[in-house]
Design a protein around this ligand. Structure first.
Ligand code: NAP
Length: 250
């Protein structure tokens, strides 16, 4: 049990990568706060899977881009578990559009959730980490390292998140807080199904360019998140770890 008795918040854990991280953390002994924005049913299903397997989890609704919601997320975490050890900033959205079609609404939505939302949750986490310190994992994207056509805003938002990771690893190291980014390659999730990536020619091209020759699965990312959250990564901070079957490796 690599995370025995640790308390973790995983944002955007009602489905996809976040749900897999929540389940893997719980299987390693963590008590998990399964955050979601609107998918109550999805979050409750994740909690049920965890508790059915002997783990501990609660679901808490909160839009990470809304300060009052984020305050409530941390109040409910404190009420349920008393402390916090690990924050995974996984909640995020992606939109693809040619530069001519980028709107202020689309820009602000992606930056509000992917960047401002992560800043708000980090501020909340620091108060609950207290003197013992803690561990922050920002779920970025290979698209931050290798931006693609029509992904300028999304890539910029994840590159901003990576910059926050590095800055905070320096700012918070003295408080015993580690901060790392995980950069998934394309992963088969509800989000990539809905956005039409899965089953498209684009997916075929991605697989053809992936050295390990397949799409990523949420479990691939969750295993790397367990590593970063655990003491096995005690000397790792300020890193940007690509978990992409090699497509986004250097
Ligand atoms: P997904 O299947 O679309 O799930 C997104 C999750 O984020 C859901 O639980 C959703 O909650 C939650 N969420 C969205 N907006 C939120 C908000 N404002 N506040 C709180 N939660 C919110 O996404 P995914 O594909 O698993 O991606 C997860 C993360 O990995 C994202 O940050 C994404 O950018 C990153 N990533 C994904 C891929 C990929 O190929 N899938 C690749 C690289 C990076 P509700 O269901 O309640 O709305």
């Amino acid at each position: 049990m690599k995370l025995k008795n640790k308390v973790a918040i995983v944002t955007g854990a009602s489905k996809g990568i976040g749900a897999a991280i929540a389940k893997h953390f719980a299987a390693e002994g963590a008590k998990v706060v399964v955050n979601y924005a609107s998918s109550k049913e999805g979050a409750e299903k994740v909690v049920k899977t965890i508790t059915d397997n002997g783990g501990t989890a609660i679901a808490v609704q909160a839009d990470v881009a809304n300060e009052a919601d984020v305050n409530r997320l941390f109040e409910e975490t404190k009420h349920a578990f008393g402390t916090l050890d690990i924050l995974v900033n996984n909640a995020g959205i992606y939109q693809w559009e040619p530069i001519e079609q980028v709107t202020a609404t689309a820009f602000h939505k992606q930056f509000n959730i992917n960047v401002w939302g992560s800043i708000l949750t980090i501020q909340g986490a620091l108060k609950l980490f207290g003197e013992k310190g803690g561990n922050i994992i920002n779920v970025s994207s290979g698209a931050a390292r290798t931006p693609m056509a029509t992904g300028s805003v999304y890539s910029a938002s994840k590159a901003a998140l990576d910059a926050i990771t590095v800055a905070l690893s320096k700012e918070l190291g003295g408080k015993n807080v580690r901060v790392n980014s995980l950069l998934p390659g394309t992963v088969e999730t509800e989000g990539t199904h809905t956005s039409g990536v899965i089953g498209s020619d684009f997916e075929k091209k991605l697989v053809a360019n992936t050295p390990l020759g397949r799409m990523g699965q949420p479990e691939d990312i969750a295993k790397a998140a367990v590593f970063l959250a655990s003491d096995e990564a005690a000397w790792v901070t300020g890193e940007k770890l690509a978990v992409s079957g090699g497509i986004y490796g250097f």
